[in-house]
Design a protein around this ligand. Structure first.
Ligand SMILES: [Mn+2]
Length: 449
């Protein structure tokens, strides 16, 4: 397969426009109501050890509403506020601190570049914010997530009571997730463009990894190739890549990536990129030697058939769970036909005996988070798919190395095939289709190494 189709277009403008962030805030304020306030904080900086921090990743909800990249900020949405509905508290410019940490955005540019109506130093938030909340009936926020924010929130309420004449404390505290996460479930045109770009980078990374994985190399060398490709395209890994040779693939969240690759084994790679906070998530399984064994090929074809059948069910008007039901059906049928499950497929499904080999769900939402927000069920029923939703389709078969219920040749084989699928108006669009997954195609690519 020619690699030229994987070339990433570096000059496409990818940023979400400031107007789109403003539209999201207006939508949320409309849902929250005139007498509400929405408060949302950035992700805290987290320390790895001593004074070394983990790479900073903005809170997805905060990013969705502001596009503001720094830690140490709080966004307040105040519907109807005369001096501006959208207020950001953030770090002030500070020559001495910037000498160490690099440039801060500062309050002026928060207004000029990020579309805030008003911005104040974060150090003044305890004095300013309580007065802004005064008289509002409801506070929408996340509570019980970040202890520091919880404590701040209670502090603002105490200050509010102490205001001249005794401030009126809001009657209700409402979990912000329900409103906000429903908005995030539907991806805009600009978001889909970013997700496509994120997917294209993950595609390149997988293709590059496939080209260099061979017996004698280690799982971490393949991981390094995935990361090299993502970073060289301006992305980061959406999660630590899973590079699992042989029976390591049977642990669905294998992370060690330490083993040496061996001929005769399959290699399962589950890796995705994150570009401007938008995730992709791809899994492929292929033979390290370049040729599937008979057993590997038989199981691979079942998983592939299940995945393709499940993807076919992704369209508006189908429920979220249909893809999983179809994948379960194909896998149960295949495993029965191979004699790995006794009895008939209908029985295997009713009794759940297929779960021994396929214990996971087939899909999850994808977006700013790899396992993105949004309810999977509405009023107890599986959610209907609608245009703009993006989900993964990732059935698998995993036969534990010590599974004595199957002949030895089948043990220690783990296979997962995962693509990212956007629901479109008349069906779906597979964002990650360019990583080979047909067995002949895989063997041809590997033969060209
Ligand atoms: Mn996934």
């Amino acid at each position: 397969m020619s690699h030229s189709r994987f070339v990433f277009q570096r000059h496409v403008a990818l940023n979400i426009a400031s107007e789109e962030f403003a539209r999201r805030r207006r939508q949320l304020m409309k849902m929250a109501g005139e007498d509400a306030v929405v408060l949302i904080a950035t992700a805290p900086e987290r320390m790895r050890n001593a004074d070394a921090a983990w790479p900073y990743r903005q809170d997805s909800d905060f990013h969705y509403l502001s596009g503001f990249p720094e830690p140490d900020a709080v966004l307040a949405l105040l519907p109807g506020r005369q001096h501006g509905e959208v207020v950001l508290f953030c770090r002030e410019r500070d020559a001495e601190r910037e000498r160490w940490h690099g440039e801060f955005v500062g309050t002026e540019r928060a207004v000029a570049d990020y579309g805030m109506d008003d911005a104040f130093p974060i150090d003044d938030i305890d004095d300013i914010l309580p007065g802004m909340i005064e008289g509002r009936a409801r506070v929408y926020c996340h509570f019980g997530r970040e202890p520091q924010f919880d404590a701040q929130l209670l502090g603002w309420m105490r200050r509010l009571r102490q205001l001249r004449g005794g401030g009126v404390v809001p009657k209700e505290f409402v979990a912000l997730g329900h409103l906000l996460h429903d908005l995030r479930l539907y991806k805009s045109r600009a978001e889909l463009k970013l997700m496509r770009a994120s997917a294209a980078i993950a595609v390149e990374a997988h293709v590059a990894a496939m080209a260099m994985a061979r017996a004698g190399r280690h799982e971490y060398e393949v991981e390094a190739e995935l990361l090299r490709m993502m970073r060289s395209r301006g992305a980061v890994a959406a999660f630590p890549p899973i590079v699992a040779g042989g029976a390591n693939a049977c642990a669905m969240h294998y992370q060690a990536n330490r083993a040496m690759l061996k001929n005769g084994d399959l290699l399962l790679i589950d890796a995705g990129a994150e570009l401007e906070c938008y995730a992709s998530d791809i899994s492929r399984s292929f033979p390290i030697s370049g040729r599937f064994s008979r057993e590997q090929r038989a199981l691979y074809e079942i998983v592939l058939t299940a995945q393709e059948a499940a993807i076919d069910e992704v369209m508006p008007g189908r429920s979220y769970s249909t893809a999983h039901d179809v994948a379960v059906h194909v896998i149960a049928e295949g495993l029965c036909a191979l004699g790995l499950i006794k009895g008939d497929p209908a029985e295997a499904i009713v009794q759940g005996s297929y779960k021994r080999f396929f214990p996971a769900k087939t899909s999850h939402w994808l977006g700013l988070d790899v396992h993105d927000v949004g309810d999977y069920r509405v009023d107890g029923e599986p959610r209907m798919l609608e245009p703009g939703m993006v989900l993964t389709v990732e059935p698998g078969i995993y036969i534990a190395p010590d599974d004595m219920t199957v002949p030895e040749a089948w043990r220690g084989i783990g296979i997962r095939i995962e693509d990212d699928v956007a629901v479109t108006r008349d069906g779906h669009d597979v964002l990650t289709a360019d990583v080979p997954k047909q067995p002949e195609e895989i063997e041809a690519v590997l033969a060209g190494r």
